[in-house]
Design a protein around this ligand. Structure first.
Ligand SMILES: [Zn+2]
Ligand SMILES: [Zn+2]
Length: 362
């Protein structure tokens, strides 16, 4: 089968022929139908994050149809429609058992060291990004990285659930614990930021202020439920935001890009007792210097990992919202491309042209 392979930072991914092992006891082979293109892949390609082991098969936001299952798999059978999620969990560690499987500390969904590799390129084992590798015609993954979904949900839309949309919705509805009527600001309106806007709308936010430097993204944010938009390229976003809120600031500010300057703005935007939730992944080695007196009384600053998800229950719940018309997923997919267009999808993401590109397979 074919997969998009990362060899060196700043080089385009190469589409190469890869051999897939047969599924071990609790593994599942999935015929990939669609995969979203997320910023985390681009971070590696652009060298913003420490270089992973290479070569590596990329992609981590996929959906497809189960082809084969290992002998001990009971959850899934061939023909099931599934979404793959990078919050693979063990179900046994302290984080899993306390209801936080998104923070699972076990490397449970990987094959153990010394075992045969799942994927081979020219005979040598290669790494799967997030133990998934969704930029590929087939995925061989642990069953705890998958959730079954209703077969009537389009798989190109469902794929978005594996990372960006799950993260954004969960940041608002789970991590932040948004209350109805509260005021929200979202810094950065890519796929994750737009999903935070939708999460805030679903959670009953009183006012949702979207901030971005691209007008196309601000238009998308309005479509997703933003009540106000601020163009960050036309002056200080925090000043604009304070003006908009009569000086009060916001109850919840979300940072969706991972830029220290935006993280700082999200803290400065807070009202008294406000909460800043940092959702974006900052580049390696990034730091933030900050005047502490700029923080209003009793504010909280927290991070959100993958939207504090419990994906086995959250993804079907969010897809039910989609079915009811309350969650806009069709509008999140700006472009559909083939696997061979993966590098073009990175370019479009950097240019701010898309909410999400989705690679679809025949
Ligand atoms: Zn991602
Ligand atoms: Zn665990």
């Amino acid at each position: 089968m074919h997969a998009a392979i990362f060899r060196e930072a700043h080089q385009p991914l190469a589409i190469e022929s890869v051999d897939v092992d047969s599924p071990a006891e609790r593994e599942v082979v999935v015929r990939t139908a669609a995969t979203g293109v997320c910023h985390s892949d681009l971070h590696f390609v652009d060298g913003d994050l420490p270089a992973p082991p290479r070569p590596m098969a990329m992609g981590h936001e996929g959906a497809g149809v189960v082809e084969a299952v290992g002998a001990a798999v009971t959850e899934f059978q061939p023909g099931d429609h599934v979404v793959a999620c990078l919050s693979g969990f063990c179900g046994m560690c302290a984080q899993c058992l306390s209801g936080h499987p998104n923070l699972c500390t076990a490397r449970y969904v990987s094959r153990s060291r010394g075992a045969d590799p799942r994927l081979r390129l020219d005979g040598d084992g290669i790494i799967q990004f997030a133990d998934l590798a969704t930029f590929a015609e087939q995925m061989l993954v642990h069953e705890n990285s998958l959730v079954r979904i209703d077969p009537d949900i389009p798989l190109d839309v469902a794929a978005l659930m594996g990372c960006g949309v799950l993260t954004g919705l969960g940041a608002a509805l789970r991590t932040a614990g948004l209350e109805a009527g509260q005021t929200v600001a979202v810094f950065g309106c890519g796929g994750v930021g737009l999903s935070i806007v939708q999460g805030a709308r679903l959670g009953g936010a009183g006012r949702i202020i979207a901030i971005d430097q691209f007008q196309t993204k601000l238009d998308m944010a309005r479509n997703m439920g933003a009540t106000d938009v601020l163009d960050a390229s036309s002056g200080d976003a925090v000043e604009q935001l304070r003006e908009l809120t009569g000086g009060a600031g916001v109850d919840h500010a979300f940072e969706a890009v991972g830029l220290p300057s935006l993280i700082r703005q999200s803290i400065e935007a807070l009202a008294i007792r406000g909460t800043a939730t940092i959702v974006g992944v900052p580049p390696a080695g990034a730091s933030l210097e900050f005047p502490l007196d700029a923080i209003r009384p009793e504010c909280r600053i927290q991070t959100s990992r993958m939207g504090s998800n419990r994906f086995r229950t959250d993804i079907p719940m969010y897809l039910e919202f989609y079915r009811q018309g309350r969650l806009k997923l069709d509008d999140m997919v700006t472009r559909r491309l083939g696997l061979e267009d993966v590098n073009e999808s990175f370019r479009a993401m950097k240019a701010g042209e898309v909410a999400r590109s989705v690679l679809v397979f025949d």
